[in-house]
Write a protein that binds this ligand. Structure first.
Ligand SMILES: O=P(O)(O)OC[C@H]1O[C@H](O)[C@H](O)[C@@H](O)[C@@H]1O
Length: 315
């Protein structure tokens, strides 16, 4: 792939300890002096752990395959270039559900001090890990199914009070292409019956559980009381918050993205998924997935798109 993306080295600090980064067995782990950490598999560039103040914020199934045989059931799978089953009449039609990014092996491009002003804790207190995937590195099957020349850089920044994940999509070819993208985050919660989501009031959504019918959310907050699979589009607020027992736990902030999917498989769907364990794990997770999934993003030759999320923990 294009090696022109070279993150700068961590800025040496004159004060106090630095974040540490190490890679082992197909994963990269960054730890801040506070003990907060993030863990990313090269397989799918899937973030599989984000710990803040000693608490894990991501849910990963106990039966998740981490060996590259299947997309990871949990963490933050990257969905690209199509969301859900691709339509028959589209250039992505031969791809699997949710595309190839989540089941391709990415390259670790390196670490740098965070340049993001969006995490309160930037500079020496934050560390950014970059991962890359380009057309040249795809499996022969994926290349054949989607023969475009592209470069993805996925940046995972761990800060003192948040995690930022940004996907940069570049069209390196001579023709335009269309894509969708989504960060399919499985957030860990203590008890789904006490969870509510705010920030989706008045937003319009397609309810995949109700035969893909379109609705407008009439209440300011959403409780999860059964199988939920909603695709919210053109959301006006930039933040969806996850509350537990009425207390703010996490803010999920969309960056240059206006769509979000809320998903919980509940009892029957969880039973039907071989890689979903424990079977009552649906009580401890909720997916809030930021993305661009309403129609298609068209990227002209040479152009770049960037979108992602900032998650702030309030515990
Ligand atoms: O089983 P997967 O391919 O990982 O998909 C898991 C889920 O992803 C999204 O949330 C979709 O809206 C759901 O319809 C789908 O069931």
């Amino acid at each position: 792939m294009d090696r022109s993306h070279k993150p700068s080295a961590l800025t040496p600090s004159t004060t106090g300890p630095q974040p540490s980064v190490h890679s082992e067995q197909g994963r990269v782990i960054a730890t801040l002096p506070t003990g907060d950490s993030v863990e990313v598999l090269l397989y799918g560039a899937t973030v599989v752990s984000w710990k803040h103040n000693g608490r894990e914020n991501l849910w990963v199934s106990k039966a998740a395959k981490l060996d590259g045989s299947k997309p990871v059931r949990g963490g933050v799978p990257v969905v690209f270039p199509c969301f859900g089953p691709p339509p028959k009449d589209h250039a992505t039609s031969a791809l699997p559900q949710h595309g190839f990014a989540r089941n391709s092996t990415w390259q670790y491009l390196g670490k740098s001090s965070s340049e993001s002003g969006k995490l309160a804790s930037g500079g020496d207190d934050a560390v950014k890990l970059d991962f890359g995937l380009s057309s040249a590195e795809l499996s022969e099957d994926a290349k054949k199914a989607w023969p475009y020349d592209f470069g993805l850089v996925y940046s995972v920044t761990l800060g003192k009070d948040g995690l930022q994940t940004m996907l940069n999509v570049q069209n390196k070819g001579k023709e335009s292409f269309e894509f969708q993208m989504l960060l399919h985050t499985y957030f860990k919660v203590d008890d789904i019956s006490k969870v509510s989501l705010t920030g989706l009031g008045s937003a319009t959504y397609v309810d995949k559980v109700l035969n893909a019918t379109t609705h407008t959310q009439s209440t300011p907050s959403l409780s999860i009381t059964g199988e939920t699979d909603r695709v919210y589009t053109a959301i006006k607020q930039d933040t969806t918050s996850i509350l537990q027992d009425g207390k703010l736990r996490l803010d999920v902030i969309r960056d240059n993205l206006v769509d979000s999917v809320v998903w919980n498989p509940w009892i029957e769907k969880a039973k039907g998924m071989g890689d979903f364990e424990p079977k009552d794990g649906y009580k401890n997770m909720v997916c809030v997935e930021v993305g661009a999934v309403d129609g298609w993003q068209k990227l002209e030759a040479g152009d770049t798109f960037e979108g992602g999320m900032i998650v702030k923990s309030h515990l």
